[in-house]
Design a protein around this ligand. Structure first.
Ligand SMILES: [Zn+2]
Length: 265
């Protein structure tokens, strides 16, 4: 059955704009995507970008769809989530640093860790999660003192421009497998499992290989971004690599007022 993009669009919008009431529509979207793939037709995901309401959600700090990058600061710049809570440690998850995420992202991470451990892919360690505006500002200042402005720009995000300020981003590792917060994490059992399975729990690998010119960041296989199960499923099924491309936003390699190469988020 051929499903024109406009139908996909309508289906997609229905499930995205009505959390909790989308299961059947969601199934239809996946089915439609599969059929388009089988028929060798391009995915219609970008059509979503034209939808006013959903697109608005990418501007809002409290939305799971918010898109933050070097050209899209949080609004207000010192935004802080209202539903932060500490991620619970368990036999499958080590949050000994007592870090916090927004409630829905914390719950999703706890469930992801359980699945990961059960799959034999390792016990997850939380290296970094929510970071406040003030914390990020101090981090950037300290990098500036140490390396100068140019050096700081390639090592740390400016306050108000980090996904960690949304409460939806988390840096993870599997200590017994090594490569913590290093690109080789992507080649470990845990890193591979996350790349293949984190979407089932609503996460995406936000900074994939070879996307620096779009996202502004180098490959970070440890940085997971919660976007919700429905969006993550669609993102994964359609083979998207960046949120900028998914929503049809312009590339954000540099800050608007600067020219600097990629930084570490
Ligand atoms: Zn990160």
């Amino acid at each position: 059955m051929f499903v024109p993009p406009i139908v996909l669009l309508a289906l997609g919008l229905t499930f995205i704009s009505q959390p909790g009431a989308f299961a059947p529509q969601h199934e239809l979207v996946i089915q439609a995507i599969d059929e388009r793939k089988a028929a060798d037709k391009p995915a219609a995901t970008l059509a979503l970008a034209s939808y006013h309401q959903t697109r608005l959600a990418t501007e809002q700090g409290g939305s799971d769809f918010v898109v933050v990058n070097k050209q899209r600061p949080l609004k207000p710049i010192d935004y802080q989530p209202v539903n932060l809570r500490e991620i619970k440690s368990s036999k499958s998850l080590d949050n000994s640093r007592g870090l916090q995420l927004s409630n829905q992202a914390a719950t999703a991470l706890e469930e992801l860790a359980e699945d990961m451990k059960a799959a034999g892919a390792g016990k997850l360690f939380v290296n970094s999660a929510f970071r406040s505006f003030d914390y990020q500002q101090e981090l950037f200042k300290s990098k500036t003192r140490q390396y100068g402005v140019a050096g700081a720009l390639v090592r740390s995000a400016k306050a108000g421009h980090s996904e960690h300020q949304t409460g939806l981003a988390v840096d993870v590792s599997v200590p017994e497998q090594g490569c913590a917060i290093m690109q080789c994490f992507g080649d470990t059992t845990g890193g591979k499992w996350l790349a293949q399975n984190s979407w089932k729990h609503g996460f995406i690998i936000r900074y994939e290989k070879d996307t620096t010119s779009t996202t502004g960041y180098t490959y970070e296989p440890w940085h997971l971004r919660y976007v919700g199960v429905q969006l993550a499923t669609l993102y994964s099924k359609t083979g998207m690599k960046t949120l900028e491309d998914f929503w049809g936003f312009s590339a954000a390699e540099f800050y608007l007022e600067e020219t600097a190469s990629s930084t570490s988020n």
